[in-house]
Write a protein that binds this ligand. Structure first.
Ligand code: C2E
Ligand code: CA
Ligand code: CA
Length: 689
């Protein structure tokens, strides 16, 4: 604002800071000039006649005097006008520049300005930018009237535009006019425009004019429409997306009468990813298009593609629950018909989850949620399955959700605890070590077994935290065990092993708890070892380098190759309990156990037999040179306090050469078991069984 001449002058003016004094400056200059001129005219001639003496000299001096007066006046005019003129010129340049800028801004925003005169009855257009006129396909300079604009406005937009204009005018400048509407161009097509204008009111509040800007937003609106279409329809199949599906289902629900329902089902074709390649090419997949084409042809069913591989179907018309389920089942067969592929055809299998509901009881979103739950259950139970949502499923889901919630804070709430199962040395009958087995003490004191929560923790990604907690507790407890200082075995999830920092975690826990690395064994399930992973091998080697032992757990349940076994730095092999317990064919199991033992011995691994429930089993394992045995025959997993008391226990291993805790019972077991002896196995093996 300092550039404005008025402000600059006012600040420096000797006239002070009053506006009135400033306004009087021109008058003061004129009056001063008039007085000086009059005095000059009145007295200068007299002075000249006194000075000149003769008349000719007087005339000469009078000419000089005239020149002097003109020169003085010119100087005065020059000084007065110079400053003002510079400022006027600068202000003019600024106004030209700002007009140019505004014009440029409006042109680049595809718009123009306009002005309405509101004083006349019915208003009139005072001004409208040529740009706007041209955008309507009219020649430049064409003067549009209010009537023209009203006639050009799309019939659907007229009412709203007039209402908003009237409201803005009524508000006397407090509320601007703002709106978007279509105007008819010269060629008869419509374009979208956005306008915003403000009312200029008189000091008494009378609306005088409205000045505003209008932008051509036709391209923007068509882009919006495209996006809107993409949001409602899947571009690959042309099927509706979730939002549109939900509104269609809500409409169907609204028309249900008592006893009628709408059924919604979510379908996931299996193997889709495998069939069409990786996820990037999935969108182009001919198969998905083919499914979409078939779904389009269904009648009486609302169809949608919810995500890359999940479709949804719903009954378009309300029906009885049985009829609705029937319609859906029929529609589902669409997925099961063979689909053409470049090399023939392929038959898809599907997993489906459905839910039914009626108005008042259910909403589309609720049905979609319930069908999603049913689908999840279907996915978890079998390969290809369909489930309908019911109350029991709802309860199952709630229970799982509660569990998910509880598990997130199980470690911080100190709800994870370890139980310890002795590992008995079959030669000496002494406790050689313990396996730490995790338990979750949930609120209400229920002890949740690991099979129920470890897989969930793996799914949720909290297994790392839980595994570390188990490791820490196990190491801390083991430190407190007296001589002969048994070792502790801790189970490791494959996900923990995938973490490159896992060896660091183990080293930290060992140093924190003070347990010697030689007293820690980590158990890795056979199934969890990647078939050809160098990474897993290096990670296990890093653990071995710490001085920790590594056991391969549940051996016999996976398909480890000999090459893999010899490559991995294992120290122990644990024969899975299913072979020891003699499930299935007893004799066959014995042959398998013998083979595993041979294998382990050839690889130089120590051997533990799991699931030893009888003296006979303990005896058999001991006889075959198995080092350690674990099972209910000796002890079930016990709490930490009880484990400490069992350290010095001598167990009856059944091999006959260690101290017996109950000799008479063991002897009787041996007599009555009719168990196979070494001779029996040799015989079985020679018979090739
Ligand atoms: P596992 O590693 O094979 O552990 C042995 C399981 O067999 C234990 O079940 C144990 O109680 C049971 N068992 C022991 N002796 C006998 C027997 O004579 N007969 C029978 N039928 N069963 C016996 P548990 O404690 O329920 O653990 C189940 C599985 O959960 C474990 O199988 C292990 O794979 C996993 N697990 C336990 N704790 C953890 C852990 O901290 N981390 C991870 N990742 N997994 C764990
Ligand atoms: Ca184990
Ligand atoms: Ca095991």
């Amino acid at each position: 604002m300092n550039n404005v001449p008025y402000n600059r002058w006012r600040k420096s003016s000797l006239l002070g800071r009053s506006n009135t004094a400033f306004r009087r400056i021109p008058v003061l200059i004129a009056v001063g000039y008039a007085i000086v001129s009059m005095v000059w005219i009145a007295y200068s001639d007299r002075m000249l006649s006194v000075v000149a003496g003769e008349y000719s000299r007087y005339l000469e001096l009078q000419t000089y005097k005239g020149w002097l007066f003109v020169a003085a006046s010119a100087l005065l005019i020059f000084f007065v006008l110079r400053g003002a003129w510079n400022d006027i010129f600068a202000a003019y340049e600024r106004s030209v520049e700002s007009e140019r800028r505004l014009q440029l801004a409006l042109t680049s925003a595809s718009g123009g300005i306009w002005e309405l005169d509101l004083t006349e009855n019915g208003y009139s257009v005072d001004f409208i930018s040529d740009d706007l006129v041209r955008r309507l396909g009219l020649p430049s300079g064409d003067r549009l009237t209010i009537r023209d604009l009203g006639e050009r406005c799309h019939p659907d937009d007229v009412e709203e535009a007039s209402r908003k204009l009237a409201e803005a005018i009524k508000s006397e400048g407090r509320q601007p006019y703002e709106g978007r509407n279509r105007l008819c161009c010269h060629d008869g097509s419509y374009r979208w425009f956005y306008s915003r204008g403000n009312v200029v009111a008189s000091p008494v509040g009378e609306p005088q004019r409205m000045i505003g800007v209008t932008l051509d937003i036709d391209d923007l609106v068509s882009a919006e429409e495209t996006v809107g279409h993409l949001l409602r329809y899947d571009p690959v199949t042309g099927l509706s997306r979730q939002r549109k599906f939900l509104s269609d289902v809500d409409a169907a629900l609204a028309s249900t009468s008592p006893g009628q329902v709408v059924a919604v089902v979510q379908v996931r074709p299996l193997d889709l990813n495998r069939l069409v390649g990786d996820i990037e090419t999935l969108e182009d997949a001919v198969l998905i298009r083919a499914i979409g084409d078939r779904l389009h042809r269904l009648s009486g069913v609302i169809v949608s593609r919810l995500s890359s591989d999940v479709f949804a179907l719903a009954t378009a018309a309300p029906a009885t629950p049985a009829a609705a389920q029937h319609v859906i089942r029929d529609a589902l067969t669409t997925f099961l018909e063979p689909l053409p592929t470049p090399d023939g055809s392929v038959k898809l299998r599907v997993q489906a989850g459905g839910a039914v509901g009626s108005a008042g009881g259910e909403t589309a979103i609720g049905l979609l949620r319930n069908s999603g739950h049913a689908l999840e259950i279907a996915e978890r139970t079998t390969e290809a399955a369909a489930r309908w949502f019911n109350e029991q499923l709802g309860d199952e889901f709630k229970a799982r959700n509660d569990m998910v919630k509880g598990l997130q804070s199980a470690v911080s709430n100190q709800e994870i605890e370890c139980h310890y199962q002795p590992l008995v040395d079959l030669r000496t009958g002494k406790t050689a070590g313990y396996e730490a087995l995790a338990r979750w003490r949930r609120t209400g004191d229920r002890l949740v077994p690991p099979d129920e929560f470890i897989p969930l923790a793996e799914e949720l990604g909290t297994i790392g935290e839980i595994g570390e907690e188990v490791l820490r507790q196990a190491c801390r407890t083991a430190v407190s065990w007296p001589a002969p200082y048994p070792f502790v075995a801790v189970n490791v999830s494959p996900l923990q092993l995938e973490d490159p920092l896992f060896p660091v975690v183990v080293a930290r826990v060992l140093s924190e708890t003070g347990l010697s690395p030689h007293r820690l064994e980590l158990e890795i399930t056979e199934n969890a070892i990647p078939k050809d992973s160098e990474v897993a091998m290096w990670r296990l080697q890093a653990l071995r380098d710490l001085g920790v032992s590594v056991a391969i757990d549940d051996f016999g349940t996976g398909y480890s190759s000999l090459a893999l076994l010899s490559k991995m730095p294992f120290t122990r092999l644990k024969i899975d309990k299913s072979f020891v317990a003699g499930n299935g064919n007893y004799h066959e199991n014995i042959i398998i156990v013998d083979t595993i033992i041979d294998l382990a011995k050839n690889l130089g691994l120590s051997i533990t037999g799991e699931g030893v429930e009888t003296t006979e089993q303990a005896h058999l394992l001991g006889e075959r040179g198995v080092d350690l045995a674990q099972g209910y025959h000796f002890s079930k997993p016990v709490a930490a306090s009880r484990a400490a008391a069992l350290v010095s226990q001598t167990w009856h291993s059944g091999s006959g050469d260690c101290a017996a805790t109950g000799p008479s019972r063991i002897a009787r077991d041996n007599r009555t078991s009719g168990g196979a002896t070494r001779r029996d196995y040799s015989r079985l093996r020679s018979q090739g069984r």
